[in-house]
Design a protein around this ligand. Structure first.
Ligand code: SAM
Length: 295
């Protein structure tokens, strides 16, 4: 790495520039993924804001950086802001890093970037690994358009609504989850999207025991029932690609449902059949049916 000339890495201008906030991507497992440019910035800025000073201290030790660290996390980011902006104001330079990956992606960062820009300081990203995009590009699922959901809400009502939205989403969806909540998430996704929905689970990306597990929600749930989830996981869920989707309006779908029931079909079975035919959620069709009966 050191063989590469610093100036060559830095392109035309010499970095770090004064009055500039650098948002720096750091490895999500494999230290070899720290870019030479990131390394150079982390050795030269005036101060590094990081989530956990002990964890980032280890990284700085490895790259032999003596730059001071200041903790910047979800519990103190408001308090820290003025101090960090003062450094930029006095012509210093700042780096923002998180425990792993890209700051601002399910990690602190957004507020500091906003504050720096609002105060006319320059903000530059030194790109690096991100679990979401890393998992997406090896999933084999459509990647030209995708959504990122991060962690789903824990509160039942919010979670239900989010799962409902995800089940209807046509684009590939990327979700983060901890190992002890993974099976619960898969069960919830199975109810919302159906057990046949394509899915790829990336485990321990960039690390020694990296693996990808697929191909449907049913298959991966069975896998994790016998192989206890351990390590870090990113979930890539295929979109709702029912070909009939959007071709039939809600009222048409409900008419079809009522017609089947009037023909003597049981409502549960009819809702399942129309869900498969139209792409509308079985639960939603069923609830609409009850609404019309209540009137
Ligand atoms: N800022 C990070 C990024 O750019 O990816 C994400 C931080 S978020 C707090 C941490 C979550 O990212 C983990 O719970 C896991 O879902 C996912 N993740 C991080 N590292 C991973 C890895 N090596 N393999 C799979 N997923 C990972």
């Amino acid at each position: 790495m050191d063989l590469i000339d610093d100036q060559q890495l830095q392109g035309e201008r010499s970095e770090p520039c004064p009055r500039t906030l650098y948002v720096v991507g750091t490895p999500i497992g494999n230290l070899g993924d720290l870019s030479p440019r990131a390394k150079s910035i982390l050795k030269k800025v005036s101060l590094i804001a990081c989530e956990d000073t002990r964890r980032s201290g280890q990284l700085l030790k490895i790259i032999k950086s003596k730059v001071p660290l200041l903790s910047y996390h979800k519990h103190n980011f408001k308090r820290r802001q003025s101090k960090l902006l003062e450094i930029l104001e006095s012509s210093g330079s700042l780096a923002l890093i998180s425990d792993a990956g890209l700051p601002g992606i399910n990690d602190p960062g957004q507020e500091l970037v906003y504050a720096a820009k609002s105060n006319s300081f320059e903000v530059i990203c030194i790109p690096g690994p991100c679990a979401a995009t890393t998992a997406l590009v090896i999933s084999g699922l459509p990647s030209e358009r995708f959504c990122f959901e991060g962690f789903l809400p824990k509160k039942q009502r919010l979670r239900k609504k989010r799962l409902q939205d995800i089940s209807q989403e046509h684009r590939t969806t990327v979700i983060y989850e901890s190992p002890h909540q993974l099976i619960k998430l898969l069960e919830d996704l199975s109810v919302a999207c159906g057990k046949e929905r394509p899915i790829q689970i990336a485990r321990e990306l960039t690390k020694r025991y990296e693996e990808s597990i697929g191909n449907t929600i049913e298959e991966v749930t069975k896998y994790f029932m016998t192989n206890k989830p351990k390590g870090e996981f990113t979930i890539v869920l295929g979109g709702n690609n029912n070909n009939q989707n959007n071709r039939v309006s809600e009222s048409e779908a409900l008419n079809k449902l009522n017609k089947l029931i009037n023909q003597g079909e049981k409502s549960n079975f009819a809702a399942q059949k129309i869900a498969e035919e139209t792409g509308y959620e079985k639960k939603w069709l069923y609830s609409q049916l009850h609404k019309s009966l209540d009137k």
